[in-house]
Design a protein around this ligand. Structure first.
Ligand code: NAD
Length: 346
């Protein structure tokens, strides 16, 4: 198989879709897929391993932020297995490793997302080495096929659902005020905020509500599409630096930081703020985002996440150093103020 040149993945969105994964892989022309996943998700393949004509090679060592040494190890196994495709099953960590391998090998990637990171529909990849996290865009990492099966997410704990859902919502927020936002990307973003804000509170009470699971999954798909179509701003920059250089957990960091960046950008992005407020069903976007975050079982501050106060000036410098588009002009002092507030959870 050759990696697809198409910029849009084929999508199967269906309860129970994963049961058909062997047939879907065969239809893609893959007989020796290399599966990347996290340890807890390996069990999803147990019945498939015995029942299928497709020969699976499974690597279950995916971790957050795609460390280069994990990627090296997985690549060596993939090459030894003479794999003809890569299948990622799991959250953004598994998808991220799948993307890094697709970038290195040009093999096609088939993604089976089980959280709300939205990464499965983007051509954005990340790789972390001792100098921090580097991100880029490359058509080779965009999955050829995405299989959405809400049944796979029934066991996703409320805290993970909430954090991951806020990660998706952050994609949509930044897509709405991106300098290259289009009518289409903004429509995806608004719809995704509506879906996520409706589904997440339901899932906190009943994680097995299948209608809410499907709605959250659809919301995260749209958020990923909006992210893929636009440029990222200050919020994503902060989260990448805190994750890549300071080891902060990705989705929870998004949840802590988002209200502060929305407040900071609010006076410079009126149209986006009124769309966000409309999608949340509130009159003011910053307080609406804050209220949503506070209603979910999420950490409130960077201090709670274990971020050391002494790291704030260094992180602020690294964040402000890079050249990225943002509706409000940003200085290192601005970032330091944002991080200090987020550290305290004010
Ligand atoms: P994750 O993939 O690490 O998953 C979080 C936790 O949930 C893990 O412990 C995982 O094992 C568990 N889990 C996953 N699915 C489950 C399920 N169905 N049931 C029970 N437990 C389950 O975290 P994440 O927040 O999904 O992804 C974070 C990563 O994704 C980061 O590395 C981030 O940089 C990346 N990301 C990339 C993009 C992109 O477009 N490239 C976009 C968003 C996030």
């Amino acid at each position: 198989m050759k990696a697809s040149e198409s910029p849009v993945p084929e999508v199967v969105f269906e309860e129970g879709a994963f049961l058909k994964v062997a047939a879907l892989l065969e239809a893609q022309g893959s007989r020796r897929p290399f599966v990347v996943t996290t340890a807890g998700r390996r069990k999803e393949f147990s019945s498939l391993e015995t029942a299928s004509s497709v020969r699976l090679e499974i690597f279950d060592g995916a971790v957050e932020h795609v460390p280069v040494e994990v990627t090296d190890r997985a690549e060596a196994l993939l090459r030894r297995a003479e794999a003809d495709s890569i299948v990622s099953l799991g959250g953004g960590s598994a998808t991220g490793l799948g993307k890094a391998l697709a970038l290195r090998t040009s093999l096609p990637l088939i993604a089976v997302p089980t959280t709300y990171s939205g990464s499965e529909v983007t051509s954005i990849y990340g790789l972390t080495d001792r100098d921090g996290k580097k991100t880029g865009r490359d058509a080779r990492v965009l999955p050829r096929l995405v299989i959405y099966d809400p049944l796979l997410t029934l066991g996703l704990p409320p805290g993970v659902s909430a954090a991951s859902g806020m990660n998706a919502l952050a994609h949509s927020v930044e897509a709405l005020y991106a300098s290259n936002a289009s009518a289409e990307s903004s429509a995806w973003a608004e719809r995704s905020i509506r879906d996520l804000a409706a589904a997440l509170p339901v899932l906190m009470d009943d994680p097995t509500d299948l209608t809410a699971r499907s709605q959250a999954m659809r919301g995260s798909q749209l958020a990923g599409m909006a992210l893929n179509a636009t440029v990222m701003g200050l919020h994503h920059r902060i989260c990448h630096v805190l994750g890549g250089s300071f080891g902060m957990p990705h989705a929870k960091t998004h949840a802590v930081i988002l209200p502060y960046v929305v407040s900071f950008n609010s006076p410079h992005a009126e149209d986006a703020m009124s769309r966000i407020a409309g999608a949340l069903g509130v009159s003011d976007a910053p307080s609406g985002i804050r209220a949503l975050v506070r209603s979910l079982p999420l950490p409130r501050s960077l201090a709670e996440l274990g971020f050391s106060k002494e790291n704030i000036p260094g992180a602020a410098r690294e964040i402000a150093e890079a050249n990225y588009p943002n509706p409000a002009p940003v200085s290192a002092e601005d970032v330091e103020r944002i991080l200090t507030k987020a550290w305290k959870g004010e």
